[in-house]
Write a protein that binds this ligand. Structure first.
Ligand code: GLU
Length: 462
């Protein structure tokens, strides 16, 4: 099957999660079928479209690794082509000029509403033959009776009664095309075989099918993706926080995690939770798409991200943290023990920002204490014992994690106290809190001198 798909964002806003999910589905559908994924910027609304939004969209797609082939198509550069098609439709009798004024249209709508009917254009200009110098829009001459069946690859057959549709506008009075027209002309000219987009467009599809039929062109396959909801089950929107894709980069998520998580918003493959690029290239197809809406769950995304962080080499994570958050973790790469500590910290981090936070204690002597924990742990703790442990530690000839572990075990045993009674305050003294990788590894990575200093400094305070 030869496949050509497009992602067609309007640069009237940034790339939100819904749009990114549409791009992702198109991208892997093309990749799976060895097809082509194109990008079209739908910037016909020149009032609301901005270069800044366009840049955000392109940046986000590149970050997500959803690279398009072929040259970018801009609708704003294709006005002549749309005009040409509209002119042809006028000649072939598939479209007509409508001279109704705004006042007339308002009165028409009010009249219909009064009669309890659904307001729509009553087609009064449809059969007019005389032309006029007055301003006009161009309407599509839609069939009056019958049905349009959208054979949706996800939702199945969706039938629309033509009585529900009216003669919709295809060109405004200034000659610019409407969305319905430009999208169909572009999809035809670009040779798009599958239109995969959000189900907010499902109601547009019967109109677009009528245009394909009027233009005597073969229909593409339509696939409408179910909605994404927020945790409160309302449609995902700005209200739910970070809906712009670039925000997730700033929050410390990896592009591969975003892809793996977002692909499950409407698609699945058995119980598989994580999908690499390779998996998706092999597995993604429309038959795995679900009809039901899915919920965007940041906690789940964090879990996915934590899993993908573990698959990245440490040096890559170090440079990513630097670029996203600014912290320089390179000092944790200078020995195998430090690298092991860093690995332990990665295992405890959901995002790059988390990782930066978790490494802070190991990068500077100016580390924060978790005051509530400290207050609890330092109540009659074995201060002197810890100081003497610090001194003994400094005299170790080869302070490996194993040697430190043995020393600690010995000190604990001699003290007659439980391991926790010694280890807990020690951990807080040297790291500021109770959460850290293996204590001997932490102590070895910090080094005896620093540990001793930390013990003495903190036991002076508490
Ligand atoms: N430009 C439309 C949007 O951003 C998409 C049009 C389409 O996919 O057909 O919602």
């Amino acid at each position: 099957m030869s496949v050509k798909v497009r992602f067609a964002p309007s640069p009237t806003g940034k790339l939100h999660v819904g749009g990114a999910r549409t791009a992702l589905f198109n991208y892997y559908f093309a990749k799976h079928h060895g097809g082509v994924f194109c990008l079209r910027i739908e910037d016909t609304d020149q009032q609301r479209s901005t270069k800044e939004n366009e840049e955000d969209i392109l940046e986000s797609l590149k970050w997500l690794g959803l690279n398009w082939t072929e040259e970018l198509v801009y609708q704003s550069k294709r006005f002549d082509r749309y005009k040409e098609v509209v002119a042809e439709m006028l000649v072939s009798g598939n479209a007509y000029k409508c001279y109704c004024t705004t006042d007339e249209l308002t009165a028409m709508r009010e009249e219909m509403q009064k009669k309890g009917e659904k307001p729509k254009y009553d087609r009064r200009c449809r059969e007019k033959t005389e032309s006029s110098a007055l301003p006009y829009v161009i309407r599509f001459k839609a069939p009056i009776e019958g049905e349009v069946v959208v054979k949706d690859a996800i939702a199945g057959d969706v039938t629309f009664n033509l009585r529900e549709l009216d003669d919709f506008i295809i060109a405004r009075s200034d000659g610019t095309p409407t969305y319905q027209l430009s999208v169909v002309v572009d999809d035809i000219d670009m040779g798009i075989t599958h239109v995969i987009r959000g189900d907010d467009h499902l109601n547009n599809t019967p109109k677009q099918i009528l245009l394909y039929q009027a233009l005597k062109k073969e229909l593409p396959v339509f696939a409408h993706l179910p909605m994404i909801l927020g945790a409160d089950k309302a449609k995902l929107s700005k209200r739910h926080g970070a809906v712009s894709t670039t925000v997730y980069r700033e929050l410390g998520f990896l592009p591969e995690s975003m892809r793996s998580y977002m692909i499950k918003l409407g698609w699945g493959h058995g119980d598989q939770e994580l999908f690499t690029d390779e998996d998706l290239t092999k597995l993604f197809d429309l038959d795995g798409c679900r009809q039901s809406a899915s919920v965007f769950d940041v906690k789940k995304l964090e879990w996915v991200n934590s899993q993908f962080m573990l698959t990245r080499p440490l040096d890559e994570l170090v440079s990513l943290v630097k670029s996203v958050e600014g912290s320089d973790l390179s000092s944790l790469m200078t020995s195998p023990v430090k690298q092991n500590l860093l690995k332990g910290l990665v295992e405890r981090s959901a995002t790059l920002i988390d990782l930066a936070k978790n490494t802070k204690t190991f990068l500077s002597e100016d580390y924060d204490f978790d005051e509530a924990t400290a207050a609890k742990v330092f109540k009659d703790y074995p201060k002197e014992l810890l100081r003497s442990f610090g001194e003994k530690l400094e005299s170790l000839t080869d302070p490996t994690p194993e040697a430190i572990h043995d020393l600690l075990a010995k000190v604990v045993e001699e003290s007659g106290l439980g391991f926790g009674k010694v280890a807990k305050p020690l951990r807080v003294l040297v790291t500021g809190g109770l959460q850290s990788p293996d204590l001997s590894l932490v102590l070895a990575a910090l080094g005896p001198k620093a540990v001793k200093n930390r013990i003495f400094k903190a036991t002076d305070r508490f």
